[in-house]
Design a protein around this ligand. Structure first.
Ligand SMILES: O=c1ccn([C@@H]2O[C@H](COP(=O)(O)O)[C@@H](O)[C@H]2O)c(=O)[nH]1
Length: 253
């Protein structure tokens, strides 16, 4: 978390560069290097999605090389959406942190606290899925509870409780539902949100920033993946996004 906060301050950016590599094996390593090198200056974090690496032969090797290419002062969040009993989660955590070298992960909280706690190592960041960006998420996450609120609020409460106990726990909240961003921000006023859904999924950047920024103008990591991967000039697109985001928030002190 320290590394993330320092990076967002020094580089004045809340942009998370998603790495979802597609294309044939021969081209992909070169394109990954290109996207990383062109966007690093604008990146608050990088978010490789595990599925796009595991679907390739030698994908773990490619993932490790990708993480090694990312400058050491920029946090790497491995988007694996892990979530299993503690014994198994511990092995996922070893994979993410000790084999891949990630600084953080995404975790699915459906199985409860013990699916999350093994990832909460000192110095690591864990983003717990609360309200995801995919439209059909509403069929589960927007289920209303008899005691009031929604199922996604329970995920946020678990995330908040674990943050108080362990530190370093944030939430995943999609930019496709700005209302949920605002509601979850009021439930979790201090936590960092990893926010996918801007770009290819059509999330509303301005509404998300209005609803989710903390009073100090930070607290959101705005992710975009395909638009950067597909861009002729990934660096130029990243710069524009950072400018757009910074115009809509108070500049960090
Ligand atoms: O709620 C979620 C959680 C994770 N993702 C992941 O983020 C990127 C989004 O890619 P785009 O190309 O910018 O749409 C991708 O890796 C997803 O698996 C998400 O979209 N929503």
């Amino acid at each position: 978390m320290e590394k993330l906060i320092q990076r967002t301050h020094l580089a004045q950016t809340l942009l998370c560069v998603g790495l979802d590599p597609i294309g044939d094996d021969a081209q992909v390593a070169r394109r990954l290097a290109e996207v990383i090198d062109q966007t690093a200056e604008y990146a608050a974090a990088f978010k490789p999605n595990l599925a796009f690496f595991l679907s390739r032969e030698n994908g773990v090797q490619l993932l490790r090389e990708t993480v090694r290419r990312i400058p050491g002062d920029i946090p790497v969040i491995l988007d694996g959406k892990f979530g299993d009993i503690a014994n198994t989660a511990d092995h996922y955590a070893r994979f993410a942190y000790d084999i891949v070298g990630a600084d953080g992960v995404t975790v699915n909280p459906y199985m409860g606290d013990d699916a999350i706690v093994p990832f909460a190592r000192p110095g690591k960041i864990v983003f717990v899925l609360a309200k995801t960006s995919n439209k059909p998420a509403h069929s589960l996450q927007d289920v209303a509870l008899t005691r009031g609120g929604y199922l996604s609020d329970c995920a946020a409460q678990v995330g908040r409780k674990l943050d108080e106990q362990h530190g370093g726990i944030g939430l995943v909240v999609g930019a496709t539902d700005a209302e949920a961003v605002g509601r979850l921000r009021s439930l979790s006023p201090d936590q960092w949100f990893l926010v996918p859904g801007v770009g290819a999924q059509g999330g509303d950047l301005a509404a998300t920033l209005r609803a989710g920024l903390r009073a100090d103008g930070s607290g959101l990591l705005i992710n975009t993946s395909r638009v950067l991967w597909q861009a002729a000039e990934a660096g130029a697109v990243a710069r524009q996004l950072v400018e757009q985001i910074n115009q809509l928030r108070p500049v960090l002190a």
